[in-house]
Design a protein around this ligand. Structure first.
Ligand code: LLP
Length: 452
């Protein structure tokens, strides 16, 4: 089976009824690269979800190796006309196995902490293919990254620039930098994940960038190598990327007039994915729109995609523990919760929940009931999905799709719950890539107060 494309039709995947939202599991799986129903049972690549749930227990994150590689390849192919580097944004999914697969395929990495850099190195990635983003780099972060020889710091403020220069001077090396420009472009996404507006904490205002570049050019231990921006996440349209690129191009020309030549332009990440009904631009469409402008620039192009590389390569498997119909609402209490997957609670994100086994009454809403899929955590905000039309029984296994990005990496131990295990599938093989946390490990770093 080709995991890159399945026989997806353009028929609607979901239907909002008075009772709730029905997501057609078969239609959805046809749009997702690694999932398919075979004889009514859900498979990820060639491994049955039932087998995975039995073998590893639940909750459990499962990722398709092929789907990740296919997305990387789609970026590489779509921009093959240009010198380019895909620097995968580690924050989306930082499991060593995921990083290792991408490092082997030739990806670079976008990091935002020393911890992420250490992960990249531990997974076999090269520091020379790493760009370091983030608004709060510390002295120690900078020193570590410089010693490792990273490709570029994406600098977000003048004070960071001065700090990098000082640390580099002390180490007697030159620090390669880009300025992260805040182009004041509306990414038309959730306000928490919009980053390119002047009210956001990110980047250096477009109007100030030229003078900060001039300042950087006068610093003794700074090498200006690029220009960078990242305007937000889960963008479904190409227009905001173009608007940001236009502003960057203007700056590149102004810099050239000042004698400041760049090596690369970094367009950040942000391309959205289909969770249920979203119709984001494909990577190929994204490339088609940007390529003419980029080709004229004649710079190496960096991208920092996170979500679009891994979201739909992954699912979170969970088991129905308790069914609790009430006079007003039906609750299905599952063994995953907001500590495992916080996106629905934090961003009101709608993610699809599909059954491991298709119901015998066939597809569509017949025989279904509306269920709120909730965790066992003591908060009303602890929900994974609301008012979904499903046919449920206790012990059923459900898959929450689109969970490969910002799923495990945003998980916590709230309510003293151990974090889920992670599994990677390739063809008919599957491997544990992170053990389920033991409950003892949750307090292993803690000490009782000692009486004197
Ligand atoms: N580069 C920088 C500097 C970033 O801040 C981000 C994401 C990316 C790249 C990758 O963006 P992506 O391709 O994944 O959209 N937790 C949120 C998403 C936060 C995104 C933060 N920055 C969510 O679950 O929706």
């Amino acid at each position: 089976m080709s995991h890159a494309t399945s026989a997806a039709s353009n028929l609607p995947i979901s239907r909002q009824t008075k009772q709730g939202l029905y997501v057609d599991p078969q239609a959805l799986s046809a749009h997702l690269p690694a999932l398919a129903y075979k004889d009514n049972a859900l498979y990820i690549e060639d491994v049955s979800v039932k087998q995975l749930a039995q073998h590893y227990g639940t909750p459990c994150y499962v990722y398709s190796k092929q789907a990740i590689l296919d997305m990387y390849q789609a970026y590489s192919d779509s921009f093959s006309a240009l010198a380019h580097k895909v620097c995968y944004a580690v924050k989306a999914n930082s499991n060593l196995a995921v990083l290792g697969v991408l490092a082997e395929a030739g990806a670079g990495f976008d990091i935002v902490s020393r911890g992420e850099l250490m992960r990249v190195l531990a997974a076999g990635g090269k520091a020379t293919s790493v760009v370091f983003s983030g608004v709060g780099k510390t002295h120690d972060d900078i020193e570590f990254a410089l010693k490792q020889g990273i490709a570029c710091f994406n600098v977000e403020s003048q004070s960071e620039l001065a700090l990098i220069n000082n640390v580099a001077a002390r180490l007697d090396i030159r620090a390669p930098i880009s300025l992260r420009v805040n182009p004041n472009v509306d990414a038309k996404t959730h306000p928490y994940i919009s980053t390119g507006l002047k009210d956001n904490k990110f980047g250096i205002a477009h109007e100030k960038a030229l003078s900060v570049y001039q300042q950087a050019a006068s610093m003794t231990h700074i090498d200006i190598v690029g220009i960078d921006c990242h305007i937000g996440s889960q963008l479904t349209e190409v227009a905001p990327f173009i608007a940001a690129l236009d502003k960057l191009i203007e700056l590149v020309h102004s810099l050239q007039e000042q004698g400041i030549e760049l090596h690369h332009i970094d367009l950040g990440g942000g391309l959205g994915v289909r969770y249920i009904d979203e119709m984001p631009a494909s990577i190929a469409e994204f490339a088609q729109a940007l390529l003419p402008k980029l080709q004229e620039l004649n710079l190496t192009v960096f991208f920092e995609p996170g979500r679009s590389m891994v979201a739909n390569a992954g699912v979170l498997l969970t088991r129905v523990d308790v069914l609790k119909p009430t006079a007003h609402k039906n609750f299905a209490i599952v063994d995953a919760a907001m500590n495992d997957l916080i996106r629905p609670a934090l961003y009101q994100a709608k993610m699809a929940v599909i059954p491991e086994t298709l119901p015998t009454h066939g597809l569509d809403t017949e025989g279904t009931q509306p269920w709120d899929i909730v965790g066992a955590i003591c908060e009303t905000g602890d929900f994974l999905a609301k008012e979904r039309l499903l046919t449920l029984a206790t012990d059923d296994i459900l898959a929450i799709t689109g969970a490969g990005a910002y799923g495990f990496t945003m998980s916590s131990n709230y309510n003293s719950r151990g974090r889920a295990c992670e599994v990677m599938v390739s063809g008919d093989e599957h491997q544990l890539i992170r053990k389920r946390e033991t409950l003892e490990s949750l307090y292993a770093n803690e000490m009782l107060w000692q009486k004197n």
